[in-house]
Design a protein around this ligand. Structure first.
Ligand code: GTP
Ligand code: MG
Length: 445
């Protein structure tokens, strides 16, 4: 579910409220332009920002700190206000009779005084009556265009700053060097394997390709974008790609390979297929294999690796999850991830979660990436993703991928490199298991 408010509009609203961040609860084009859908998703939630959009390009709405319900009563709120956004500028119309700030009507969407209602009579329309507990100029607020093209309700969430980071991180440049060296000189404990293969899987647009690009950038010394990354509703990555990395332009190959996949989608027959994941895990899928969700690869198909050995298999799986979307992950997608995880568990492959976009998810982190373990909000999201995916919090690592910058940033590098170190440690566990099994067999013989 994507936000219609741009990130700078969200920032404008938050800075007017003096706190927090916005989390989307209800989106009429997805959940329906009905009072029932609105109440189902928004009752008992607060504080909220309700936003309407019309074809004339106006973005407008109302804020209340009171939880929505369906009592039919007026609710007192002296903080409530209506607003319109002019680009990134917010024009505010404060409540004039706080006792009548919001009316909790079961038959409509957000209902402010008797002045302004979004989604009325089960239709995508606005009721606009300036002067009834709110004063505003209708022309200025919504251009007198009362048909909605979209309506969204966001919950305002607090961003608490913890006193101390809950995972200590050394942000010095020495640390960055040390991490780079540990990766360069890493060697798997199984002699037949020289490079750890890490599989990146996750929903469309979560940042799988960007993660590879970011790590590649750190080792290249400048921001690169070898893998195609960007925004789209369906996956931009449609081929299976295995990416090797080099330390510098002429450097030696690094002991890690990233396997980039197509994004997962909630509907069946779309996005990355579970059967294809099986083939990848076992090492059957060749580089540049074209994903086709309606016809996943069967092991006997043409062009695949018939008898893959340990070095062709996946040694660690990273679920790439967007921190902004953890709370609104569709059930179907969660079920798909659950099925995938069971399969991977059976094969004994270690798994971790890369929580991306932490910079967008929390203003504290936007300000300074070093706040990542000081943000109460990011901690909460890490706990939530751990519960949803069934992996311990110790297996969740936050990262900020390079997305718009041209130059590297030491702090982002440290976070990215720490994630890679974690992957190598996990792969070590996998190799240890294999070594144990081999030595057990040798002892028996
Ligand atoms: N701000 C920010 N943007 C990010 C981050 N990671 C990815 N992005 C942006 O998110 C968009 C999607 O990223 P991709 O790397 O293409 O995502 P993907 O998972 O490969 O998506 P598909 O291949 O389409 O399934 C791009 O525009 C990236 O620039 C991040 O950590 N922070
Ligand atoms: Mg991609």
């Amino acid at each position: 579910m994507s936000y219609m408010l741009t990130s700078s509009q969200r920032k404008t609203i938050c800075s007017h409220l003096g706190r927090g961040k916005l989390q989307l609860l209800y989106k009429a084009s997805i959940h329906g332009f009905t009072s029932a859908a609105f109440h189902q998703r928004c009752d008992n939630r607060c504080p909220t920002v309700s936003v309407g959009y019309n074809a004339s390009g106006y973005v407008f709405g109302g804020y209340t700190q009171q939880p929505f319900c369906q009592s039919g009563q007026y609710v007192h709120d002296d903080e409530a206000f209506l607003f319109t956004l002019n680009g990134e500028k917010l024009l505010k119309y404060p409540v004039t009779t706080p006792a009548n700030a919001v009316r909790m009507m079961s038959t409509s969407g957000p209902y402010f005084g008797e002045a302004f209602v979004l989604v009325t009579g089960g239709k995508a329309t606005v009721l606009s009556n300036p002067g009834n507990h709110y004063n505003f100029n209708a022309e200025e607020m919504h251009g007198d265009d009362l048909n909605l093209t979209e309506c969204e309700v966001y919950e305002v969430e607090e961003t608490t700053e913890l006193e101390r980071p809950w995972r200590p991180i050394n942000w010095e440049s020495e640390k960055r060097k040390e991490l780079i060296e540990s990766i360069r000189f890493y060697k798997p404990t199984v002699s037949s394997v020289s490079q750890v293969r890490v599989l990146l899987i996750g929903p469309v647009g979560a940042g799988k390709s960007s993660f590879f690009n970011s790590i590649n950038s750190v080792f290249k010394g400048h921001v690169t974008s070898q893998a195609i990354a960007g925004c789209s509703t369906t996956s931009l990555t449609t081929q299976f790609r295995t990416y090797s990395l080099k330390a510098g332009r002429e450097g030696k190959p690094l002991p890690i390979i990233f396997c980039d996949t197509m994004g997962l989608e909630e509907s069946t027959g779309a996005g990355l297929d579970i059967d294809d994941i099986s083939s990848i895990l076992k090492g059957h899928l060749p580089d540049q294999y074209q994903f086709n969700p309606s016809a996943p690869l069967h092991s006997e198909a043409h062009g695949n690796c018939k008898s893959p050995v340990l070095k062709d298999k996946i040694h660690c799986v990273a679920y790439v999850i967007d921190a902004c979307k953890v709370s609104i992950m569709p059930t179907k997608l969660e079920e798909k991830l659950d099925a995938i995880r069971r399969k991977i568990n059976l094969m004994g492959i270690p798994q971790l979660v890369l929580l991306t976009r932490v910079d967008e998810a929390c203003p504290l982190v936007t300000e300074d990436v070093r706040n990542v373990y000081k943000s109460g909000y990011i901690k909460e999201k890490m706990q939530e993703v751990s519960a949803r995916l069934g992996v311990p919090v110790s297996c969740v690592v936050p990262v900020k991928n390079y997305s718009e910058e041209l130059e590297l940033d030491q702090n982002c590098d440290i976070l990215l490199l720490s994630a890679v170190i974690q992957m190598l440690r996990f792969a070590d566990n996998y190799f240890d298991e294999i070594n144990d099994r081999i030595s057990n067999i040798e002892i028996k013989e």
